[in-house]
Design a protein around this ligand. Sequence first.
Ligand SMILES: [Zn+2]
Length: 65
Amino acid sequence: MSDLYETLGTCHPKLTRGRVWCRTCGKTQRVDSARCFRDGWPKCCGETMTVDSPGEDAHAAEGGS
Ligand SMILES: [Zn+2]
C-alpha cells in the first residue's frame, strides 16, 4: 500500500506543503505527510490535526456563491 500513500502524499497540494493545524486551539505543526499516512497524523487537544488551514476554511465558506 506504500504506493498509494506516496501518491497521495505527492499529488495533493494540501498534503505536499507538509503542515497541519489544530481546529481547537489553532496550533500549527510541520509534518511529513508520507510518514503521517503510514504512522498516523499528529493529534492536539484530543483530536487529529487537519491539513486544512483555518484561513482556507473561512475563504471557502465565503466564496461559495
Ligand atoms: Zn490544539
